[in-house]
Design a protein around this ligand. Structure first.
Ligand code: DQA
Length: 150
């Protein structure tokens, strides 16, 4: 059995569905979880889907993933733009990581254009809403199958 893909969600993503729906859409985080579980199952991976509003808890989960996961999909929310601690945890991880954002952060306020965590990511998917999580699962599965960074 493959190790699970960890899908880690940062602050305020628990409010999806009611939070700025014109930016983030109407799907809830549970809807996103369901999509992810379905896609991962199709590709033969178990999935561990989590959300936290706390930076330290997210860092601890990234450290846990180092041994326990086959890859990480991370939407770090606003910590994307602030957290060197999460970058360092991801750099220590050595398993493939895909950074996801529901919105296109590059068409938004300038402070969202910088991501601290991108340096540790194999790739970044943004602007496709919840579909981006499914695309990230496909990317991780392809990376795993190929055993390369391609
Ligand atoms: C987000 C974009 C971030 O700038 C923002 O702080 C979020 C959500 C996204 O999914 O589009 O909380 O990561």
């Amino acid at each position: 059995m493959a190790k699970p893909i960890y899908v880690l969600n940062g602050p305020n993503l628990n409010l999806l569905g009611s939070r700025e729906p014109e930016v983030y859409g109407r799907e809830t985080l549970d809807d996103v979880r369901t999509r992810c579980e379905r896609r991962a199952a199709e590709l033969g991976f178990p999935l561990d889907f989590r959300q936290s509003n706390h930076e330290g808890e997210l860092v601890a989960w990234i450290q846990e993933a180092r041994m326990a996961a086959s890859g990480i999909i991370i939407n770090a929310g606003a910590f994307t733009h602030t957290s060197i601690a999460m970058l360092d945890a991801l750099l220590a991880c050595q398993i493939p990581c895909v950074e996801v954002h529901l919105s296109n952060i590059f068409t938004r306020e300038p402070f969202r254009h910088q991501s601290y965590i991108s340096k540790a990511a194999k790739g970044v998917i943004c602007g496709f809403g919840a579909l981006g999580y499914e695309l990230a699962i496909e990317a991780l599965a392809a990376t795993d199958a190929a055993g390369t960074a391609s």
